[in-house]
Design a binder for this molecule. Structure first.
Ligand code: DAK
Length: 256
């Protein structure tokens, strides 16, 4: 197994563990990532998922280039669809995901990080979608998720030049939420702790509403927001949150 799934308190930790190949994504590893995400979705005691890479050199150096050669066109198409489907599981996961980018995040590695809800990067992290250098274009969601994160013209430049994006630039253009100078795992757990004490269904409504902003009209998005905020209002947790405010105490949410 090149993917390890563990738990630390109420946080699930998924580690890509193939450091000898800089955690490159074989098709088998893509399937293992999908299975691990399915497993996290089945847990009822987990409030966030952290994804990182083993070792201090790479989060993930992308698709396993050695595996991509000499394949039939139909197999390449199915391969791209497989990668897209595995990463799309993160969009539908009931809890938020955080990529801890601890080094190189190239190609499929950057695409995995972009499929997460949040990204924290160590100061030596380097991002890139270098597919054009191989005569390819991104196949696991990069052409769609990068422009949503950084805007079309920046995404176009990064994809068409295949250039590296260092951590500080990644933070400046909104590709990562923040750069971490100290211990990345510690920072990731602390980052998760900023939201995991809130009501899980409320957090999920918030994620769903924000996700729609990237793929729908303003009018439709506002309707989604009105519907989901009304649904949130119907939960006991909304009553608890507002009562706690009036009673000047900390809210105790029950996820219902
Ligand atoms: N695949 C396979 N092996 C890799 C790898 C990769 N992506 N990246 C690194 N490795 C292996 C190296 O071959 C080496 O193994 P040995 O040769 O020692 O056996 C080992 O990891 C250590 O790598 P280096 O010796 O190269 O380490 P350096 O520090 O010198 O360099 C590097 C680090 C990250 C700059 C370098 O390894 C590198 O440039 N790696 C490749 C980055 C890259 O181009 N990634 C792929 C992007 S394209 C699809 C369509 C498109 C895609 C996928 C599917 N379909 C239509 C199905 C696109 C996917 C991509 O991700």
């Amino acid at each position: 197994m090149h993917v390890e799934l563990t738990k630390q308190g109420d946080i699930a930790l998924l580690t890509l563990n193939r450091p000898e190949a800089l955690n490159a994504l074989s098709f088998d590893i893509l399937q293992q990532i999908g299975s691990a995400i399915d497993e996290v979705a089945s847990y009822n005691d987990v409030r966030a998922l952290i994804i990182t890479g083993a070792g201090d050199k790479a989060f993930c150096a992308g698709a396993d280039i050695k595996e991509l050669r000499n394949r039939r066109l139909i197999d390449q198409k199915r391969g791209a669809e497989l990668g897209q489907a595995m990463f799309a599981k993160l969009d539908r996961l009931p809890v938020a995901s955080i990529a801890l980018v601890n080094g190189y995040a190239f190609g499929g590695g950057a695409e995995l990080a972009m499929a997460c809800t949040f990204r924290l990067a160590s100061s030596h992290a380097v991002f890139g979608l270098p597919e054009v250098k191989l005569g390819l274009i991104p196949g696991y969601g990069g052409t769609q998720r990068l422009p949503r994160l950084v805007g079309e013209s920046r995404a176009m430049e990064i994809i068409m030049t295949g250039r590296n994006v260092k951590a500080d630039e990644a933070e400046r253009i909104g590709l990562v939420n923040r750069v971490v100078e100290g211990d990345l795992m510690e920072a990731g757990l602390e980052f998760a702790g900023k939201f995991t004490r809130y009501s899980l269904p409320v957090l999920e409504f918030a994620r769903r509403a924000v996700q729609r902003a990237g793929d729908t009209s303003l009018q439709e998005g506002l309707q989604v927001e009105a519907d989901l905020s009304t649904l949130a209002y119907r939960l006991n947790d909304a009553e608890e949150g507002m009562a706690a405010f009036e009673e000047k105490r900390r809210a105790e949410f029950k996820d219902g």
